[in-house]
Write a protein that binds this ligand. Sequence first.
Ligand SMILES: C[S@@+](CC[C@H](N)C(=O)[O-])C[C@H]1O[C@@H](n2cnc3c(N)ncnc32)[C@H](O)[C@@H]1O
Length: 333
Amino acid sequence: MSTVKDTIKDMFTNHFIPFEVLESFKIADIGCASGPNTFLFMSEVIDTINNLSNQNQNQNQALEISIVLNDLHKNDFNSIFSTLPSFLDRLQEKHGYEFSQKCFISGVAASLYERLQPSKSLHFVHSSSSLHWLSQVPKNLENKGHIYIAKDCLPNVFEAYKNQFYKDFSSFLNKRSHEILPSGRMVLTFMGRCIPEPSNNDCCCLWELLAQSLLDMVSQGLIKKEDVDSFNLPLYTPYHEEVKEIIVKEMSFELEKIVIFKDNWDQDDSDDKKKSGQDIADCIRAVTEQMLVTHFGELFLNNVFKRYAERIANHLKTEKTKFINLTVSLRKK
Ligand SMILES: C[S@@+](CC[C@H](N)C(=O)[O-])C[C@H]1O[C@@H](n2cnc3c(N)ncnc32)[C@H](O)[C@@H]1O
């Protein structure tokens, strides 16, 4: 979140945008989901802009803030909009009625790989934990017994995933390049990797353990092997050099910086590996459940995730594996 704050401060203090004459500052949170993080993000940007508009030598207290929240059509926008009144009440308590009347929050239900806003309308775009999700599973994937890239999968599986990410991330940059004003900024955080090897444990193990849990159901006769063979995740964790290469080739944005963050799967490194396994399995269930239900049906999901939690707990007893996140900061040319 500090990158978001620093970027907005930098936009104003270095006068990429003449702050004192700016009438409205328009922001998008892409892949916002419906949980608390999009509200944290909105709080952070609104507080930062409020501080700047009070501190700045050339005060601009007329500045209006517009925040567009985006996610897929099936996202629970109702939950976001029913939480908004209490969010706006808190804003009013913190910054006063006048300021709260100048904050406008709206939603756009569409894929981030499509156009979301009119041309040259956005100053700042943020996206967190969304861009590792591909627009689709790579076509014609032969990946029997796995659901993502794995140590012993065929080499063309890696190529197919990499190509799909190249296509999708380029398309995301191209669509945003029409919407963001010159010198506007983007801060994007998504899962990635910090070594070229695509099948190392930090990127693949989490998904391979889920594949093995599905295969456990096959051996119990609860799921068909063909159903596991034909299921693959629409996901890719890119190497940071791949991300750089796409940004340079696409040509719309200047890369300001890429920062790599590493977190242990069980962040508090607790001795209770069973609980850590359960927590991680719950987290992964939240983001994969809909896809699994669509492919396998609902019936065996509790069994699958019980096995998955056990497998993660056993893994944590012998290995420390990390989540790798990349934060990419970009400036529109
Ligand atoms: C793990 S959540 C991240 C939510 C929030 N940004 C955060 O940081 O906690 C990923 C979100 O990305 C959304 N997403 C995935 N693919 C998308 C797409 N093509 N277009 C828009 N949103 C997408 C999902 O629906 C989901 O809400």
